[in-house]
Design a binder for this molecule. Structure first.
Ligand code: SAM
Length: 261
């Protein structure tokens, strides 16, 4: 269950993302956005799997604010796991959390292991949404739910030239799908009560605020950590992302489905 060589989210990128998005997060909106995509779900006493736990911010939040009894966070980047563990120590969440480095591919857990599966902005990295949805369904107990957020494609087929520029600048291993693609994958897997909530409008504004902070209050501190060349590159990624958001090509989205009880 380890993968020591894979490191797309290196120290420089992690430093920028965490500065922009908040302690423990490599995705926008922080705990408020987690609360939004979990709205109306009672996690008290639940055993939860978090796919792509990153720095562990979601996992700590689920045990400390949502009273999940156990959260297992998995990630393919081994360097991130000790960071999650340190955050769990800082927030007294060691007993209720487990962080594991896994290989990409089928999720290494027995059938019906979890009450709930979550993921925040990570399954963009998993291209085969049908295989993923079937695997999540398999891991859930009857009546269990999947609630997540992710970066979706606002197009079928080929992205716009500007979206391609953004994806090239980001240079991460992405496998985006559209809302229809997700709906189809979830429903083929057997999920019911599927809900897909578009967050493009919110994030178009938020991304501009983040870009302004990167140019302003965060700039000097981050340059001293990552260097000016990398910082300028990251600001350029944000500029390109804003164009892709404005075009509706990139669509942050909340996803939900339930395994029949
Ligand atoms: C954008 S970050 C989000 C991290 C975290 N969920 C958050 O919101 O801060 C995406 C994470 O997914 C992880 N990841 C990529 N492919 C994965 C896979 N196949 N299984 C599990 N995690 C994966 C990456 O290593 C990274 O930590």
């Amino acid at each position: 269950m380890s993968n020591d060589t894979h490191q797309e989210y290196d120290d420089g990128l992690v430093a920028v993302l965490e500065a922009v998005w908040g302690e423990g997060f490599m995705s926008p909106g922080g705990t408020d956005e987690v609360d939004r995509y979990l709205h109306g779900i009672d996690l008290t006493g639940l055993s939860v799997l978090d796919i792509g736990c990153g720095l562990g911010g979601v996992d700590i939040h689920l045990v400390s604010q949502h009273q999940a009894s156990k959260v297992t966070g998995i990630d393919i980047e081994s360097e991130l796991i000790p960071r999650c563990e340190r955050l769990a120590q800082k927030y007294n969440a060691v007993e209720q959390t487990l962080f594991l480095c896994v290989e990409p591919g089928p999720l290494p857990f027995a059938n019906a292991s979890f009450d709930m599966v979550t993921s925040k902005d990570s399954i963009i990295h998993i291209a085969d949404k049908h295989a993923l949805a079937a695997d999540i369904y398999r891991l859930l107990k009857p009546g269990g739910c999947f609630a997540a957020s992710d970066w979706l494609a606002g197009y079928e087929g080929k992205p716009s030239a500007e979206m391609r520029e953004y994806l090239a600048a980001e240079a991460l291993d992405f496998g985006l799908a559209s809302a229809d693609g997700y709906r189809h994958a979830l429903s083929e897997a057997g999920f019911i009560d599927i809900e897909i909530v578009d967050r493009n409008d919110w994030y178009r504004t938020e991304a501009r605020r983040e870009r302004d902070q990167m140019r302003g209050a965060l700039y000097d501190g981050l340059v001293s950590q990552v260097g000016s060349e990398f910082m300028e590159h990251e600001i350029d990624v944000w500029e390109k992302m804003i164009i892709a958001l404005d075009q509706g090509q990139l669509r942050p989205t909340h996803l939900r489905g339930r395994k029949p009880g």
